[in-house]
Design a protein around this ligand. Structure first.
Ligand code: SF4
Length: 79
């Protein structure tokens, strides 16, 4: 499998859990938005930012989120 799938850097993504039921599929709520009673936090905003709690995406559409803990992946990549 490793020879088939490549990890490519530099993706520019728009990802969020902020549809508030306005989509045809089941969507979990962002725990940060839930804790603050907001709908403003986005996982990744194209050309702008990536949430500090964003830990990636797993096939097919599962978001990996570490809120409210420090992001262990950021600690690995900071050096
Ligand atoms: S990464 Fe987690 S805390 Fe950040 S916006 Fe996405 S769901 Fe919310």
């Amino acid at each position: 499998m490793a020879a088939i799938i490549k990890k490519l850097s530099g993706a520019n993504l728009d990802i969020d859990l902020a549809s508030q039921g306005d989509v045809a599929w089941q969507q979990d709520q962002c725990p940060w938005n839930a804790a603050e009673g907001l709908n403003s936090h986005r996982c990744a905003l194209k050309n702008v930012s990536i949430c500090p709690y964003f830990c990636g995406v797993e096939y097919l559409d599962q978001l990996l989120c570490c809120y409210p803990h420090d992001n262990p992946l950021r600690a690995q990549t900071a050096a």
